[in-house]
Design a protein around this ligand. Structure first.
Ligand SMILES: Cc1cc2nc3c(=O)[nH]c(=O)nc-3n(C[C@H](O)[C@H](O)[C@H](O)COP(=O)(O)O)c2cc1C
Length: 194
C-alpha cells in the first residue's frame, strides 16, 4: 500500500524533517512511501476557470502534474504544513485547491483513502489546531477518512512547536509523541484495507 507525504513548506527545514520521519515510520511498518514537496516547485493557485469541469484536467500545466498521479495512486495521505499566519501554508492550500481537477475527473478520487496531518508552528500555540482542522476538513469534504492520534496524547493529530528552528522541532518531545500516536492510528486504519 502506498502512503504519499505532501510537504507544504518551501524550505528543507522542520516540516520536511518531521514528514520524512513519519514516512520512515510507515516504511518500518511495511508501507511503500512517496514524498512530494512544494519546495522549488512551480505551483499556481486555482483560477476557478472551470476548464477542469469541462475537460477533466487542469488547464494550468505546472508541477501539480507531478503530484496528481501520486494522489490518485496513494492509499493514504499525510499532509504536512508549517503554520503561516495562524493556519496552513498558501502552498499546501494551493495543492488542495488544484485537486479540484482530480475531483472533476473522478468525484471519488479520495474516497475511503486515509488521511492524517502534521503541523509545525514557530509558536507553541501559533495556529497548529486550526491548520489541522483545515487539513481534516479537506479530507472530509473529499471523502477521505481523517485520523488523529486518539485520546490521551495526540487528540487531533501530530502538532509540533519548532521555536523556528530545526533543533527546536527535534527537541519537541510532545510533538514526537503526538506523531507516534497519530502514525499508529493511521497505519491501523490502512491495515484494515490490506
Ligand atoms: C509568513 C510566515 C508566517 C508565519 N506565521 C506563523 C504563525 O502564525 N504561527 C506560528 O506559530 N508560526 C508562524 N510562522 C513560523 C513558522 O511556522 C515556523 O518557523 C515553522 O517551523 C516553519 O516551518 P519550516 O521550518 O518547515 O519551514 C510563520 C512563518 C512565516 C514564514
Amino acid at each position: 500500500m502506498l502512503v504519499l507525504g505532501i510537504c507544504g513548506s518551501p524550505r528543507k527545514q522542520s516540516t520536511d524533517y518531521v514528514l520524512r520521519e513519519a514516512l520512515t515510520m510507515m516504511e518500518e511498518k511495511g508501507f511503500e512511501t512517496e514524498f512530494f514537496g512544494v519546495r522549488g516547485k512551480n505551483l499556481s493557485p486555482c483560477r476557478h476557470c472551470d476548464y477542469c469541469i469541462r475537460n477533466k484536467e487542469c488547464v494550468v500545466k505546472d508541477d501539480m502534474y507531478e503530484v496528481y498521479p501520486l494522489i490518485k495512486e496513494a492509499d493514504g495521505l499525510i499532509m504536512a504544513t508549517p503554520i503561516y499566519n495562524g493556519g496552513l501554508s498558501a502552498q499546501l492550500k494551493t495543492v488542495m485547491d488544484r485537486c479540484r481537477a482530480l475531483g472533476a475527473e473522478d468525484v471519488d478520487y479520495l474516497r475511503y483513502k486515509v488521511g492524517m496531518g502534521i503541523t509545525v508552528g514557530g509558536d507553541r500555540s501559533g495556529g497548529q489546531e486550526l491548520a489541522m482542522q483545515q487539513i481534516i476538513t479537506y479530507y472530509i469534504l473529499s471523502g477521505a477518512i481523517p485520523v488523529g492520534g486518539g485520546s490521551f496524547g495526540a487528540n487531533i493529530g501530530a502538532n509540533f512547536w519548532s521555536q523556528d528552528s530545526l533543533q527546536g522541532v527535534k527537541d519537541d518531545e510532545e510533538g514526537w509523541r503526538s506523531l507516534r500516536k497519530t502514525v499508529k492510528h493511521f497505519s491501523d486504519f490502512l491495515d484494515v484495507y490490506k
